[in-house]
Design a protein around this ligand. Sequence first.
Ligand code: HEM
Length: 229
Amino acid sequence: MNWLIDFWRSSIGGKVIMAITGLLLFGFVVAHLLGNLQLLSGPDKINAYAKMLHDLGPLLWVMRIGLLVVFVLHVATGIRLARANKAARPVAYAKEATIQASFASRSMVLSGLSLLVFVVYHLLHFTLGVTNPGHSALKAAGAGGHDVYAMVTASFSVPAIAIAYMAFQAVLFLHLSHGVQSLAQTLGLNHRRYSPMVRTLAYLLAAAIAGGNAFLPFAVLSGIVKVAS
Ligand code: HEM
């Protein structure tokens, strides 16, 4: 067990853990987006998808607990690495002369912690039904307790909620655009020949994911997707 803790504490171990957990979270965000995009195909599709997930029963709980462990590891290791970096340079540069590091790379801890706030709010909103119990009641009331369409469309027809979701997607874009590049670097793809390609791919993937997510509240707010009657 000790070697595992030593590995976590080492700088290279921390980077490997960030890469593996980052990749798993990236996979989750892509799968979650593909599921959510079924909102555009109407209530039957997305509600059937929600029912299929629910019918996984204990397997769904194994996946949820796995996701939580991965998420906690990613946040805890990210904070530890950032603190270790800071401790290595206790006195800040008199003049910040960062030429290479982008805004996204310098704000990874801030964007990551903002996403943590988003995920907590998102779970309180949709999964636990704390912030808008009326919207969650809609989910429980229809389609055998799987009317996710009614819950999501009722939520995003409230401008403040829709705008908050869209704003958080800008943060997700920032975090993913640098995260994918960091991952590539840890995997050893930082060759001068590949770097521009990796950077372009990172921006494209981040834009597709954040843009896809942001489109859903926009689609409900603008009437492209109809609120359940
Ligand atoms: C507009 C974009 C999004 C929509 C419409 C959406 C919708 C949903 C819905 C309907 C659920 C299930 C609630 C339930 O019935 O239990 C859910 C769960 C969840 N979402 Fe999202 N989501 C969005 C974006 C995101 C993003 C960007 C993240 C992560 C950064 C995220 C993370 C999660 C997590 C961790 C869960 C809990 C999964 C579980 O119950 O096991 N979501 N989301």
